[in-house]
Design a protein around this ligand. Structure first.
Ligand SMILES: CC(C)(COP(=O)(O)OP(=O)(O)OC[C@H]1O[C@@H](n2cnc3c(N)ncnc32)[C@H](O)[C@@H]1OP(=O)(O)O)[C@@H](O)C(=O)NCCC(=O)NCCS
Length: 162
């Protein structure tokens, strides 16, 4: 049986000059890159397949992260569907001088497992155990509906403009 905890990936990054803007703040795009990597590793840990990013839900950055601070990411699969998986990523910033830890961003990403020929493949089911895992599992189904609705709307709009 596969549980969300078996897909847990923890990643730690230090904010270096090349990760920042002219104010010495972490670039949003760099954080998104780290989030994508952590989530991909989690999806691959769950499915034992190459997993590609199908979509990333809206992301909000709650506070600036400064040069020299440490970003901690925790990613795990919230729910597996047929060939896709929702991965949740929680990012915190740690001030090593004070030990203070603050929440920076939470993101939900959808990954699809593919084989060596690029065909989508079925992924193992996941069984949530804790109350928190069950809450995320239920939330994942609602978020999937919203995403698939948006995907249908985009396909319709593409057809109209083609
Ligand atoms: C993701 C990808 C493999 C899906 O292929 P597809 O032909 O659309 O496959 P399907 O329509 O059969 O969908 C496969 C699964 O993806 C899910 N999916 C597809 N697009 C999605 C989206 N925008 N959001 C959420 N889920 C999506 C489907 O719901 C389905 O899930 P399920 O099997 O669990 O029900 C394909 O679109 C692709 O290769 N995209 C590029 C991926 C990539 O390169 N990412 C890196 C960023 S450029």
């Amino acid at each position: 049986m596969k549980t969300p905890s078996t897909s847990l990936v923890e990643m730690t990054e230090v904010v270096l000059p090349n990760d920042t803007n002219q104010l010495g703040n972490l670039l949003g795009g760099r954080l998104m890159h780290w989030v994508d990597i952590a989530a991909a590793l989690s999806a691959q840990r769950h499915s034992h397949r190459i997993a590609v990013t199908a979509s990333i839900d809206e992301m909000t950055f709650l506070m600036p992260v400064k040069l020299g601070q440490v970003v901690r990411l925790r990613a795990s699969v919230n729910r597996a569907f047929h060939t896709s998986m929702e991965v949740g990523v929680h990012a915190d910033v740690e001030d090593f001088k004070t030990g203070d830890i603050r929440h920076v961003s939470t993101a939900y990403l959808t990954f699809v497992a593919i084989d060596e020929f690029g065909h989508v493949v079925k992924v193992p089911e996941i069984v949530p155990e804790t109350a928190e895992e069950k809450r995320r599992y239920e939330g994942a189904a609602e978020r999937r509906e919203h995403r698939l609705q948006k995907r249908r709307e985009m396909t319709e709009s593409d057809k109209r403009t083609a």
